[in-house]
Ligand binder design. Structure first.
Ligand code: MN
Ligand code: MN
Length: 296
């Protein structure tokens, strides 16, 4: 086994442990920031680093919500997706699960989990990703729901949380064929709504433009001191996403300018446009000749 696979598996093991612990932590009345910081601190305690901020996306928020610094919001009886990532030297494991705190949406959660299981059973070298999408879509529809059509699974590369191939959650026509040794994340999103997400208003997650990471001399050329300070801190995360609350000082006006000027990429909260409730399940896998290793 090579370094890349070993480190991904190790990062995955850490996430497995944390997911178990979440059962006693993800409860109505908990502060969102407590949950996020618990996850991120545990990843560090166990010797890895967060690959992206802990996402806590509630009800029709599908993804990309993370609390802000000093956030007072509390978890209510809702459908909550916890999406977590850890990396060792840039080798990322990415996984997510859904808690139904309403006790009325268990089928929605089950649909995502079953779609993921069925998808995983198809994974091996040579399989076209469209086949995986087909299985996901069929499973979700058999539960009477829809996939979120514009959210996808993806490949994982060193320091890159979303790379090729794109793994659709429906049959999207011929895609690429999986290859032995590929590291991929499969993540069905299921909804009671029409199955489309769009950018919401809140943005707490950002990443650096890879060009800035490749050539950090560009940072010195930034004239505004506060902007320079943000970039100097952000470069610690290389091309991986980070939370605004991870920076010591990040006034919105400066952060927004850095986004406009192309230094930062922003990840707004993604909201199901028809107000549907969304569930998600996700695992990271290493593709093998005849099957896959599920690392999370
Ligand atoms: Mn994820
Ligand atoms: Mn993912």
């Amino acid at each position: 086994m090579n370094e890349r696979e070993e480190k991904t598996i190790k990062a995955g093991k850490i996430l497995k442990t944390i997911k178990k612990e979440l059962n006693s932590i993800v409860k109505p009345g908990k502060k969102l920031i407590e949950i996020a910081e618990y996850v991120e601190n545990r990843i560090i305690e166990m010797g890895a680093k967060p690959a992206f901020p802990c996402n806590i996306s509630i009800n029709s928020n599908a993804a990309h919500f993370t609390p802000k610094r000093g956030d007072e919001r509390i978890l209510e009886e809702s459908v909550v997706k916890i999406d977590i990532g850890a990396h060792l030297d840039g080798y990322v494991a990415d996984t997510a699960l859904t808690f139904d705190l309403t006790h009325e949406n268990q089928k929605l959660v089950e649909a995502a989990e079953t779609a993921l299981e069925n998808a995983i059973s198809q994974v091996k070298a040579g399989v076209d990703v469209s086949k995986i999408g087909k299985v996901i879509e069929e499973t979700i529809k058999s539960f009477g729901f829809r996939p979120v059509y514009n959210l996808t699974g993806h490949g994982l590369d060193r320091w890159i949380a979303h790379s090729k191939p794109t793994i659709y959650n429906y049959e999207a026509g011929k895609g690429v064929k999986l290859e032995e040794g590929m590291i991929i994340a499969i993540e069905p999103f299921v909804t009671t709504g029409i199955g489309k997400v769009a950018d919401g208003t809140e943005v707490e997650i950002f990443s650096l433009n890879p060009k800035i990471v490749q050539n950090d001399k560009n940072i010195k050329l930034v004239r505004m001191r506060q902007a320079r300070e943000i970039l100097k801190e952000a470069i610690n995360y290389k091309t991986l996403p980070f939370a605004k609350r991870w920076l010591s000082k990040a006034p919105d006006i400066i952060v927004n300018k850095l986004v406009r000027d192309g230094f930062l990429r922003s990840y707004p909260v993604l909201v199901e446009v028809s107000g549907g409730i969304v569930s998600q399940a996700e695992h990271t896998l290493i593709v093998e000749k005849d099957s896959a290793i599920v690392v999370t």
